[in-house]
Design a protein around this ligand. Structure first.
Ligand code: NAD
Length: 381
């Protein structure tokens, strides 16, 4: 079975889908791995490192695409790359199945088998394959470092001969994987941290990191779906959250926003008025920018300054830490591939509790019901 890894094409992407430690594992499963020359360069993995781990290296991208049985990527491959794959080939990556379903239409119509890392079920058995969590961990960590280096203040409380320096205050919105990592990192740097989330379970996790959980009465509504994700809230419940956030934004030096609802635009949590109430020199980092952002003033991919408040909306913070981001992603992919390989051959069992839910399009014309619904919705004018 031939597994192919190509250079990622989106600009600014530095990660690579497989690193040598995973290639050794895949070779032990009797798979053949071929890497496009230079694919690991930005993550500091050379062609020679790949060869040493048992992969071969080629510069013929077109031939690699045409011969791939499995194409492993980070970002959804370009339409022209998907078009070069043979029928029945497998594509694995962040395919954006729910927010950009139309781009996957060629995958369905061309009879490819596709697995989206976003659809990996959040069950114990799939934890080692949870690439969303891996990347959210990196982004949450890095957001705090970016904030700390950009802020015109220090994070920790310092007692010096020249007197005491008060600690910075960090407000984290959305205490899921990225938010909790941001809280932990900000606490390690000595900041005082407050956090808000709609899921009650997040409160305990926030408090266990010695941060304060901001609570608001949302009117007893159901805020969580059965898989543990937040639901899209009513406008009234959202507004109660916004009022609480606006109040706490006034004393925050840094606000890191991470709130997302799978398959939906990110909730608006930080309004223009709330930003207007923030201190001069303070900073917002919006990690939900790829789904529209949590801050009304965020411009995805850009940094703006509004009334002396800096608002950053990075789209791929994980790519600023390519070594560890690639390592974690590669481990997630290798763990998933181990479910698809049997005696060196590809075996797709849609009844498997991980393989089935992660599948966007599969053998026999199978199309994931959530993706089919999203496709239908995107086709309706
Ligand atoms: P996510 O990226 O979809 O959302 C980030 C956070 O935003 C979530 O905590 C969510 O509750 C919050 N949020 C959404 N709407 C909001 C709003 N209007 N106001 C405030 N906050 C809002 O989620 P995630 O970080 O990927 O993870 C979500 C949940 O899944 C967490 O409970 C996490 O612990 C759990 N999880 C479970 C596993 C597992 O394998 N069992 C793995 C990873 C994550």
């Amino acid at each position: 079975m031939k597994i192919v890894v190509l250079n990622e094409t989106p600009s600014g992407e530095t990660r690579v889908a497989l690193v040598p430690e995973s290639i050794r594992k895949l070779v032990a499963l009797k798979a053949e791995v071929v890497i496009e020359s230079g694919a690991g360069a930005h993550a500091f993995v050379s062609d020679a490192d790949y060869q040493e781990a048992g992969a071969s290296v080629s510069s013929d991208r077109q031939q690699l695409l045409e011969s791939a049985e499995v194409l492993v990527a980070i970002n959804r491959p370009r339409a022209l790359d998907l078009a070069a794959l043979k029928k029945g080939a497998v594509v694995i990556g962040f395919l954006r199945p729910l927010d950009e379903p139309a781009a996957l239409e060629p995958v369905v119509s061309r009879g490819l088998n596709a697995f989206a890392m976003e659809l990996m079920p959040r069950i114990t058995r799939a934890q080692s394959m949870d690439a969303l969590s891996s990347m959210a961990t990196v982004a949450g960590y890095k957001a705090v470092l970016v904030a700390a280096s950009h802020l015109p203040r220090m994070f920790p409380m310092l007692m010096t001969a020249a007197g005491t320096v008060s600690p910075s205050r960090v407000l984290v919105l959305g205490a899921g994987v990225a938010g909790l990592q941001a809280i932990a990192t900000a606490r390690r740097l000595g900041a005082v941290v407050d956090a808000y989330d709609v899921r009650a379970a997040a409160g305990e996790q926030v408090r266990s990191l010695a941060a304060t959980f901001l609570e608001v009465d949302l009117g007893g509504i159901q805020t969580e779906d059965k898989s543990g994700y937040a639901r899209e809230l009513t406008e009234e419940a959202l507004q109660r959250g916004r009022d609480l956030i606006a109040k706490h934004a006034r004393s925050a030096d840094v606000i890191i926003t991470t709130a997302q609802v799978p398959g939906r635009p990110a909730p608006l949590l930080l309004t223009e008025e709330a930003v207007a109430g923030m201190k001069p020199g303070s900073l917002v980092i919006d990690l939900a920018a790829s789904t529209g952002g949590n801050c009304a003033l965020s411009k995805p991919g850009e940094t703006i300054v509004h009334n002396q408040v800096t608002i950053m909306a990075p789209l791929n913070l994980a790519a600023s830490t390519p070594v560890h981001a690639s390592q974690l992603y590669s481990r997630n992919i290798a763990a998933f591939l181990a479910l698809l390989i049997q005696d060196g051959q590809l075996k797709i069992d849609l009844n498997d509790t991980v393989v089935g839910p992660a599948c966007v399009a599969g053998p026999g014309g199978y199309v994931n019901a959530r993706v089919a619904a999203a496709l239908e919705q995107s086709a309706t004018p």
